[in-house]
Design a protein around this ligand. Structure first.
Ligand code: F6P
Length: 322
């Protein structure tokens, strides 16, 4: 292989830049030409290629976001858009493509793979951690640390005012951000889409919990089946009017910031492995790290949604949050 390209697509995540840097420097080490594609598949359909060299990825390992920009492209969902993208890749002489993103990005990679012989390897970049085939996606560790940091701050004021807080976190339809950050922040309850939320159970839990606890924090995953944090807080307030209740939606703060060391290291390993995988003739797969080892999972498998989160963690949450 002589010519590679790299793009980031979907929601950005801290560590994407570290991954781009690893891809570029590994490709250059192997004497390959490496092109960046701006704004993901959207930019690919517009032939927005930029030549990358060692200097273009200097001093980006520590920066959040993505220097290649990103987009969620409606046009690329259509076959016509995929054909244009494939044609542009081939016209540029690209033999291997590295896509950094989440499930939408890999669905796109499968569709693109149907239109071209260019080999595609994916690196999991999403704060949601909702991909099969890796213990941690790039950005997840930073995001959960951002949540824990924010909840620690909320806890200070919650404790002073003896309030009940509902804190809504991202994750789309996966509760992994809520689960880990909730454990880390010592939340009194964690509501996630993977397990049905019964408001009456939550209410009796809040009632029967330790009376000497001045503050209580409930972490709500944004797509919980009982609704968002505002809706749930309303329902609880009706039954527990004596609680002074507040709601905080953390929002996009979870997507920004300098990546944690763990995200930088994982992103570097995955970017490095992605280039060497293409050189070895692999394609149609996502790089991941499971039990500290680099591994590969076919895109179709990687995007399968996890139906159940680690039951041992769920049990621990019940016991520790009393
Ligand atoms: O997939 C990452 C994510 O941050 C989700 O957690 C969230 O639901 C979604 O993206 C938000 O998307 P947007 O930035 O397009 O509003």
């Amino acid at each position: 292989m002589k010519t590679l390209a790299v793009l980031t697509s979907g929601g950005d995540s801290p560590g994407m830049n570290a991954c781009i840097r690893a891809v570029v420097r590994t490709a250059l080490f192997h004497k390959m030409e490496i092109w960046g594609i701006m704004r993901g598949y959207e930019g690919l359909m517009e032939s927005e290629f930029v030549k990358l060299d060692a200097k273009s990825v200097a001093n980006i390992i520590h920066r959040g976001g993505t220097v290649l920009k990103t987009a969620r492209s409606k046009r690329f969902m259509e076959e016509a858009g995929q054909k244009v993208a494939a044609k542009n890749l081939e016209a540029k002489g690209i033999e291997g493509l590295i896509t950094i993103g989440g499930d939408g990005t890999f669905r796109g990679a499968v569709a693109l793979g149907g239109q071209t012989n260019v080999k595609i390897i994916g690196c999991p970049g999403t704060i949601d951690n909702d991909l099969v085939g890796t213990d941690f996606t790039i950005g997840y560790d930073t995001a959960i640390n951002t949540v824990v940091d924010a909840v620690d701050k909320i806890r200070d004021t919650a404790e002073s005012h003896e309030r009940l807080f509902f804190v809504e976190v991202m994750g789309r339809d996966a509760g992994l951000i809520a689960l880990r950050s909730g454990i880390g922040a010592g939340a009194e309850a964690i509501l996630i889409p993977e397990t049905p939320t019964h408001i009456d159970d939550l209410i009796s839990r809040l009632e029967s919990g330790r009376k000497d606890k001045a503050s209580k924090i409930v972490i709500v995953s944004e797509h919980d089946d009982a609704g968002g944090a505002f809706a749930i807080a309303e329902k609880v307030k009706e039954k527990l009017p004596y609680y002074d209740t507040r709601v905080t939606v953390l929002g996009h703060i979870q997507r920004g910031g300098n990546p944690s060391c763990m995200d930088r290291v994982n992103a570097s390993r995955m970017g490095f492995a992605a280039v060497e995988a293409l050189m070895a003739g692999r394609g149609g797969e996502m790089v991941g790290i499971i039990d500290k080892e680099v591994c590969f999972t076919p895109f179709e498998q990687a995007i399968k949604h996890l139906e159940e989160l680690d039951p041992s963690l769920m049990r621990m949450v019940e016991i520790l949050s009393l």
